[in-house]
Design a protein around this ligand. Structure first.
Ligand code: ASP
Length: 329
């Protein structure tokens, strides 16, 4: 019995400097990370460490992540009680959500990272790694899907957001709150999100070939950037104002695009849902739906983009995309 630990780099591992250049870079291996955690040995479950990547999380690709998720999945199939992935926090909400869409096991897959690098006072990496390992080994954390653990909070990957650029309390789930906490080392699960069937395995080559654009709408937006997007992309996520609104001038353009590829309507507000049936102006949610845009509901723009890309890579189109999206929003 063990916990698989896969390291991908990020601030949690950025304990070194390059000569002549300012700033920290990834240096710590998984062995270094685990050696820095007091109490890990007392967990009673050994960590099976694999260093997969050593990069800032901005550099990670879906292909690399699917590979890492596959390694974690194989470890669980071979008897690991759970798995932990360490990576940079910047893209962690997208990685964890991607993993959640395909993770087939009851055993927990837990993502964690750090906001303060190991050279700083009060570095949070060791505490986060210990808490993540506790959650990965906890029977109570089974069947919760993929989780994000930081700051002694447990978040469901389907809801978690990075909400602050520097705070150690950056991870939050604005629509739902944390699903659990780690209290004096004990994993307490407070809410159990409903699990959905995993998406079928994704072919990384197909995924590489699928381009989904994300477009945040802004005040006095002329939409010029959207011209030609259907020639280069297979899908579009629109981060609209508030409950899913855009300037009236953009509505016909988006409707035209929705006739050529799936266009998913989400909110740029950071929390809350896109509405369905409240406003009636041109550019409102009812108008955009009438023009063929798909309602993203509670999906934030980043998660919407991950989901749409996976669905398109699975070969879904038209009604099938709409039907699948409806199960996640
Ligand atoms: N830029 C870093 C990264 O995402 C930030 C972090 O790890 O928190 O790799």
């Amino acid at each position: 019995m063990s916990i698989a630990l896969l390291t991908l780099g990020g601030t949690i591992a950025m304990g070194g400097v390059d000569r002549g250049r300012p700033g920290v870079v990834t240096r710590l291996t998984g062995a270094d990370l685990t050696a820095a955690v007091p109490g890990l040995a007392d967990l009673g479950v050994p960590l099976d460490v694999r260093d997969a990547h050593a990069v800032p999380s901005a550099n990670l690709t879906y292909r690399q992540l699917l590979d890492v998720i596959g390694i974690a999945s194989a470890a669980v199939s071979d008897g690991a009680v759970g798995a932990v992935v360490t990576q940079g926090t910047d893209t962690l909400e997208e990685s964890a959500f991607l993993a959640d869409l395909v993770w087939p096991h009851a055993a927990p897959l837990v993502f964690t990272g750090a906001m303060r690098n190991p050279t700083l006072a009060g570095a949070d990496g060791p505490a986060n790694l210990l808490a993540a390992a506790r959650v990965a080994a906890a029977p109570a954390a089974r069947d919760l899907g993929v989780l994000v653990v930081a700051n002694d909070e447990v978040h469901a990957a389907r809801w978690v957001r990075k909400t602050h650029s520097t705070s150690t309390a950056t991870f939050a789930s604005p629509n739902a709150g944390p699903v659990g906490q780690v209290i004096e080392g004990e994993v307490r699960v407070l809410a159990r999100p409903e699990r959905r069937d995993p998406l079928p395995p994704v072919d990384p080559d197909r995924l590489d070939a699928v381009r989904v654009a994300l477009y945040p709408v802004t005040l006095d937006d002329d939409g010029l950037l959207l011209a030609g997007v259907a020639d280069s992309h297979h899908g579009l996520v629109v981060a609209g104002f508030g409950v899913g609104h855009v300037p009236a001038a953009l509505a016909p353009l988006l409707g035209d695009l929705a006739g050529r590829m799936p266009v998913l309507l989400t909110s740029r507000a950071g929390a809350g849902s896109v509405l369905r049936q409240t406003y009636g102006a041109v550019g409102s949610e009812t108008d955009l739906q009438r023009r063929g845009l798909l309602n993203g509901g509670l999906l934030d723009p980043y998660k919407g983009r991950v989901l749409l890309r996976l669905l398109l890579a699975a070969g879904l189109d038209g009604d099938a995309v709409a039907g699948a999206l409806a199960r996640y929003r």
